[in-house]
Design a protein around this ligand. Structure first.
Ligand code: FES
Length: 83
């Protein structure tokens, strides 16, 4: 199970973390990945200037937004060799 943590700290919240969570949830469902990806909200990841911050396994991804969330999900989670 791959853990995906979306920061919902106050700075990331202001940059659209809630929408990012909703988009990621929707995509996990669409691609039928509920038993492979564990989505979690997290507290501040100390990367506020570059929020919204998403941590996929050990990899920190900065500047996620409601606008690019789908593209990032596809790039990081549906890339070849992954799911
Ligand atoms: S609030 Fe998200 S990194 Fe600090």
């Amino acid at each position: 199970m791959l853990e995906v943590q979306i920061c919902v700290g106050s700075s990331c919240h202001l940059k659209g973390a809630y929408q990012v969570v909703q988009i990621f949830k929707e995509m996990v469902k669409t691609y039928d990945l509920e038993d492979r990806i564990h989505l979690k909200a997290s507290f501040c990841q100390k990367n506020c200037a570059k929020g919204v911050t998403v941590k996929i396994g050990d990899k920190l991804i900065s500047r996620v937004s409601p606008e690019n969330a789908r593209e990032i999900f596809r790039r990081e989670l549906l890339k070849e060799g992954e799911f």
